[in-house]
Write a protein that binds this ligand. Structure first.
Ligand SMILES: Cc1cc2nc3c(=O)[nH]c(=O)nc-3n(C[C@H](O)[C@H](O)[C@H](O)COP(=O)(O)O)c2cc1C
Length: 216
């Protein structure tokens, strides 16, 4: 029996369902971003449209869609006002707290308090970090771009940030200074309400690498 043809979806005909895209491009790491507004009010929210874009210099990217009830999410408003954010790693033990911080709280309400999370001071930027998170990366915004909606709907805003400082809890570093990802158990996002942690991990060495390539 020949394999049936794969189903083809033409985006322009409107058959595209957002959820399918999320389930396909998975698992996605989660950027748990702390920010402050111009007067120092703290915000914390998770973003799974998030990733590393360069390691020299270290650059992270995340994107905010536009909510129906306000012109911009607090996180976006804050990075526009201050040009700073802190990435916090969501370890498995922090998953419920992470989820609580995705609630649409009124602007100015502190999600750290809402989720019972302790803050720790950052060194170079104003947003505090999640004290219990295994890793927090202090970032300064280097670029912001808009993705317009094809059919006139709300835009999406992408923020690029350069990492200027890293906080890593010593328990997650081995004797050679390598980060022990499997101990941190970073939570990743799949489709719908599904999440995953990458267990067990395995190694796969490259057969051919040029200088620097094995770091990607
Ligand atoms: C795991 C997870 C991932 C999320 N990823 C995104 C995302 O990539 N982009 C986005 O706009 N919202 C995302 N959200 C929703 C935001 O976290 C949510 O809208 C939050 O209330 C925004 O907070 P803020 O208005 O305080 O910035 C995600 C929520 C969860 C739970």
């Amino acid at each position: 029996m020949p394999e049936p043809e794969p189903i083809f979806i033409d985006i322009a005909t409107g058959n595209f369902k957002r959820g399918i895209f999320n389930a396909i491009i998975a698992p996605r790491p989660i950027g748990w971003m702390s920010t402050v507004d111009a007067v120092g009010k703290v915000n914390l929210a998770p973003f799974s449209y998030f990733n590393i874009m360069s390691n020299d210099p270290p650059v992270l990217v995340f994107s905010c869609n536009t909510p129906e009830d306000r012109p911009a999410k607090d996180t976006l408003k804050n990075v526009r006002e201050t040009g700073e954010f802190v990435f916090n790693l969501v370890s498995y033990d922090l998953v419920h707290e992470m989820n609580l911080t995705s609630s649409p709280l009124p602007a100015g309400m502190d999600e750290f308090d809402h989720a019972g999370l302790e803050k720790a001071a950052s060194r170079f930027v104003k947003p505090p970090r999640v004290a219990r998170s295994p890793v927090s990366l202090e970032c300064r915004v280097i670029e912001m771009m808009k993705i317009a909606n094809d059919t006139g709907g709300p835009e999406v805003n992408v923020t690029f940030g350069k990492v200027v400082g890293m906080h890593i809890h010593a328990a997650y570093l081995d004797d050679h200074g390598h980060f022990r990802t499997h101990l941190a158990q970073p939570v990743t996002r799949l489709g719908g309400a599904e999440y995953a942690i990458s267990q067990p991990t395995f190694e796969l060495n490259r057969q051919f690498t040029r200088a620097n390539e094995s770091t990607y």
